[in-house]
Design a protein around this ligand. Structure first.
Ligand code: HEM
Length: 305
């Protein structure tokens, strides 16, 4: 005998399956043979933990691989939240704020954990295994680029030297060639691209052009500007936006820059960029929400770090 709750549930299940032209009986029968769910089937630690493959015999290479993978997982969590804001048809302030705070917390974690790289590997080992990684670089993280495209307007990602030559009518392809990060892989006198950049573009350029277009009207900054005036002027929200901007574009950048300095000293990077100039925020000037900073703050961006 079914109790009232079970009868009610069956009615709802029936309704659901009818609406998609499925037979409830068949689905219920299937449940009899279904395996009980387990942690390992659901979270898939076995698959996840099989993805750490060293190229050398040096144990600290494992720290390097795993911390990069942790970063990629968090990048995915960040994009998961930003995409919900981007795709929302009737965006409300509370939804925007909730997602922004999540994204910001994830990036705080990335920024505050960078010592795992900076302090966590023997220099001697690093100098050996890095040779097997040339010409790869974290520069080639596609998710990192997607976070940039989805966080701000394209103009804020254009190389500072070319911003006045680019506006809303510029074709995406042209804007792409002038993104700030092209500087890390392009000889601007000859226009020749490094292997690092050529391989990156072969793999991801098509995706990037698609996403540049998608996020052109749906990035976090544009969506913030569409919120009601009183929300945009809310001091707490502005503080949270500035915090996210600062974490991504100063705190994380400096944690990364200092770790790179510790291992590379005055040496060359695996990706081959002129990294000391390229990566420093005072030269790079990547700022997601420039209108939320005063003239003075913009002028001094990355100078006191
Ligand atoms: C000791 C560890 C690390 C060193 C020495 C290092 C070094 C560098 C250098 C020199 C560059 C400039 C491009 C090049 O010529 O290669 C770069 C770029 C980059 N790296 Fe790392 N990195 C380290 C760890 C990481 C980690 C853990 C991540 C996380 C995914 C990461 C992500 C990136 C990204 C996203 C860029 C591009 C930054 C931009 O375009 O502004 N790096 N890295």
């Amino acid at each position: 005998m079914l109790n009232n709750t079970q009868e009610e549930l069956l009615k709802r299940i029936n309704k659901k399956f009818e609406s998609i032209d499925q037979q409830t009986d068949v689905h219920l029968e299937g449940l009899i043979w279904a395996k009980p769910i387990t942690y390992w089937d659901y979270i898939m630690p076995d698959a996840l933990l099989s993805l750490q493959v060293q190229r050398t015999t040096l144990p600290d290479e494992m720290v390097f691989i795993m911390y990069h993978q942790i970063n990629e997982l968090l990048f995915k969590m960040i994009l998961w939240e930003i995409n919900q804001v981007s795709d929302h048809e009737k965006l409300e302030a509370s939804f925007f704020i909730e997602k922004l705070m999540r994204v910001s917390r994830y990036f705080d974690m990335l920024s505050s954990s960078f010592d795992i790289m900076g302090d966590g590997m023997q220099h001697e080992q690093f100098m050996k295994f890095r040779n097997t990684l040339t010409p790869a670089s974290g520069f080639q993280s596609a998710q990192y680029r997607l976070i940039e495209f989805s966080s701000t307007e394209l103009i804020n990602l254009i190389d500072n030297r070319f911003r006045t030559t680019i506006d809303r009518n510029t074709p995406y392809e042209h804007a792409f060639e002038h993104l700030y990060w092209q500087a890390a892989g392009k000889d601007y006198k000859t226009g020749k691209k490094s292997t690092l950049l050529v391989l990156f573009e072969e793999r991801y350029k098509k995706l990037f052009l698609e996403k540049m277009e998608k996020y052109n009207t749906t990035n976090l900054w544009t969506r913030f500007k569409q919120l009601p005036k009183e929300v945009k002027e809310d001091a707490e929200l502005i503080k949270a936006m500035r915090h996210y901007d600062y974490t991504v574009n100063i705190s994380w950048v400096m944690a990364h820059y200092n770790a790179a300095g510790k291992y590379l000293g005055a040496g060359e990077a695996t990706g081959g960029s002129d990294w000391r100039t390229y990566m420093h925020p005072k030269y790079q000037r990547r700022i997601f929400f420039p209108e939320l900073w005063s003239e003075e703050e913009l002028k001094n961006w990355g100078h006191n770090v």
